[in-house]
Design a protein around this ligand. Structure first.
Ligand code: HEM
Length: 448
């Protein structure tokens, strides 16, 4: 993408069906994943639509998606598109921080998720999964959408805030977290500071959570010789260029931001993976064979989940192709951009759709068919469940390790089958993060 004068450039084609006041909002709200696919089918690589007054240009196809993901924040801003997160994460945190402080905060967040702590996280997750299945008995039936929401809240809390906090995890904490979540509903993207009871509850929850986390921080500062191996430790020890540490407000903000980025994305993927295992016994048998071979000498799950498990990985990747949790990635244009002769005008929003990209038959033949054996496309920018470029998901490795850990523990133990007809398990697009419709009931039976 290059900067240009507006005059000689084309305008992006407009999507049909715009209503006088609401634009395309109604159709978007019915099923936004399908709406985005219609935009692309009708207009091609660039398609402009109206989100209740905000002109938005959908960019489709590997070339356009690469341009979107690689273009630096100087031209495309996430801050303007994610302003609803400011009261949730906190003032001065990530999108609300000045650019150099934001850069440092994101680096500290990546450090916490990628390197030194990964081995500890693997054992924490294995421990949580063991605790979870210990009450299952030989057979039963569960709504796994809810089950995975609980499990991944426990693993996130344990990995981020440590063992002590997880063991003392109270109803109060769960309620606070819930109030923060409700503060990110659609209306918050219009104006997150409106006088609304949900926003008052959000602000009270944010303040109380900071009190709770500040208590742990104070406690840890008083016992500075103990090693915790969790994300909080990394957040507390990180420094800005001038050697100052993050404030309690910023540490709390990073905890919340990481939890929000990782929780529902992981739980939705795990729920869809289990449904696909139950739907596709032939592929499940292949993964099971691979796991049986890996664990035949009694290796620890903790260790194995960090290594390659190719068939299980391909299976999860195919789950993420069909059901990418983050369907729509958005940025605001800070300046005019010339995209191959078309004007992307400052002030408009640009967006890409992972869901639409992953259903492009040019790169994924028979796109609706679940097939972990399908060939990978010859470009990096068609398969983008974790985004790409400078803001590629910081929790990618963590997420894959967690999913491998969960299924390496579940599949050898239990056989899973759908309770309802396969069509009853569908994508729920009512929230910001995709998950299967509730309930998604699955029957489990201990393997002989
Ligand atoms: C299957 C699970 C996951 C998927 C599909 C996923 C997907 C994504 C995507 C698409 C982005 C880019 C957003 C954009 O460009 O606007 C992203 C960013 C991010 N993700 Fe994930 N994510 C997952 C799990 C996690 C987990 C478990 C964590 C943390 C524990 C996490 C932390 C983050 C963070 C911190 C960012 C922002 C990176 C930055 O701004 O530089 N994610 N994720």
């Amino acid at each position: 993408m290059t900067e240009s004068t507006a005059t000689e450039l084309k305008q992006p084609p407009k999507v049909s069906g715009e209503k006088p006041d609401s634009g395309h909002m109604e159709e978007f709200n019915v099923n936004f994943a399908r709406f985005l696919m219609r935009c692309n089918a009708e207009c091609g690589e660039l398609a402009e639509f109206n989100m209740g007054g905000q002109q938005t240009i959908l960019m489709s196809g590997p070339e356009a998606q690469e341009a979107f993901l690689k273009t630096l924040d100087k031209k495309l801003s996430r801050a303007a598109s994610y302003k609803a997160t400011v009261p949730v994460f906190g003032e001065g945190v990530i999108f609300d921080a000045p650019p150099d402080r934001m850069k440092t905060q994101l680096k500290i967040q990546v450090d916490a998720l990628r390197y030194q702590n990964m081995k500890n996280y693997a054992s924490v997750i294995a421990e949580e999964v063991e605790q979870w299945v210990s009450g299952w008995g030989d057979e039963g039936e569960l709504d796994f959408v809810d089950e995975f929401i609980q499990l991944t809240l426990h693993t996130a809390c344990h990995c981020l805030l440590g063992k002590d906090f997880r063991e003392r995890m109270t109803e109060e904490f769960k309620n606070l977290y819930h109030d923060l979540e409700k503060g990110l509903q659609a209306i918050a993207f219009v104006d997150p500071y409106m006088q609304q009871p949900v926003f008052e509850a959000r602000d009270a929850a944010r303040a109380r959570l900071q009190e709770l986390i500040s208590e742990i921080i104070a406690d840890r500062r008083a016992n500075s010789d103990v090693e915790y191996g969790d994300a909080l430790e990394t957040f507390m020890s990180g420094t800005y260029k001038d050697s100052t540490h993050l404030t309690d407000n910023e540490v709390t903000g990073l905890v919340i931001a990481t939890m929000f980025a990782g929780h529902h994305t992981s739980s939705g993927t795990a729920a869809w993976a289990l449904i696909e295992f139950a739907k596709n016994p032939e592929y499940t048998a292949e993964v099971l064979e691979e796991l049986t071979e890996l664990f035949k000498d009694g290796q620890e799950l903790t260790f194995e989940a960090l290594r390659e498990i190719p068939k299980l990985e391909r299976f999860v990747e195919e789950v993420l192709r069909l059901h990418p949790p983050l369907i729509l990635l958005m940025r605001q244009l800070l300046e005019d951009v010339d995209y191959n002769g078309t004007l992307l005008e400052a002030g408009k929003t640009v967006a890409i759709s992972t869901y639409g990209s992953h259903r492009n038959p040019g790169y994924f033949p028979d796109p609706e068919v679940f097939n972990p054996h399908r060939e990978k496309p010859d470009t990096l920018w068609a398969y983008i469940p974790f985004g790409g470029g400078p803001h590629k998901c910081a929790g990618n490795a963590f997420a894959m390790m967690q999913l491998k850990s969960i299924f390496a523990a579940l599949l050898p133990r239990y056989d899973f089958e759908l309770v309802d007809a396969p069509e009853a398990y569908d994508d729920d697009l009512s929230a910001m993060v995709l998950k299967p419709t509730s309930p998604s009931r699955i029957r489990y039976k201990r393997r002989k």
